[in-house]
Design a protein around this ligand. Sequence first.
Ligand code: RUB
Length: 331
Amino acid sequence: MFRVPEEVASIARDIKGMKIRGAGKIARAGAEALKIAAQRYEGPTDPERFKGYMEQVARYIVSTRPTAVSLPNAVAFVMKQLREAAGGFRELVDTVVRAADDFIRNSLRAVETIGRIGARMLRSGDTVLTHCHSTAALSILVTAKKTGREIKVYTTETRPKFQGRITYKQLVEAGVEAIQIPDSAVRSIMKRVDKVVVGADTITSDGALINKVGTSQVALAAHEARVRLFVAAETYKFSPASVHGVPVLIEERPPDEVVPAEWLKRNPGVKIRNPAFDVTPPEYIDAIITEVGVIPPKAAAIVLRELFGYSYEAEKLVLVAAEHDEAGVYY
Ligand code: RUB
């Protein structure tokens, strides 16, 4: 029977239950889980058996949340090195540990670089609007402040899980002037906004952005008001599977995130939908700020070819995630 160490199961539960959330953090946690699984492996030390076990762990980790491609990309990064590694059991374990550490280190560095690049695109006096809680978008806003740019930031609440409150808190802690607004105030506030900065869960080869539900409404309001919209996205947020026409699964989360379970009990039969993400078309995006530079959304395919060479590795894993949640909606 397939077993994972409790620490790995706990990471999987935390990703599913959104204790670990945000596409970058999910990806780093996925890499960490693979590392722990390899280090704690107690089965037969035959290299092929170990590789087979790690393939199962990889599928298990990827199945936790379906939309952010950062997770299958992180897992694919580690597994590719394991698949290609020769040598005995110990060497294989070392390969997984090294690959996972490399992914985590590079990922953190990418967030920092995006902060530096993105901060240069803001000016003192700018009013910025952000949605949800994105570590990459925050890196830009906080770096702007650190480099002497006095900005003001509107943060949406981001119903139903209120991740915008985390953004608000972290901005204030960093000394950035922040103002919390309800999601429904976005269009009226947009008149006072100079730039929008949001994060990404997935970017497809045609330059579309999949991010927290509500992002596309923010983009629509920005477009209408001629406000520029920037996406902060590490390159592991780009979907190699989308090159092959594989759709992105939009996660549907439980109804009790929208209304309290108690209320649902008192009002049986109420129908609720809770899509966690939405799709912003490339036409509404001015630039994607990555760790390899600022690109127009239509250059997504080039980034994908340079980085993944149209590999099928991550696609397989994305498909596993997609099969997992039948209730979801495909983009
Ligand atoms: C979080 C979300 C974030 C992206 C990018 O959704 O949509 O904007 O994941 O975040 P959830 P980061 O709370 O459902 O995970 O820049 O931190 O990777």
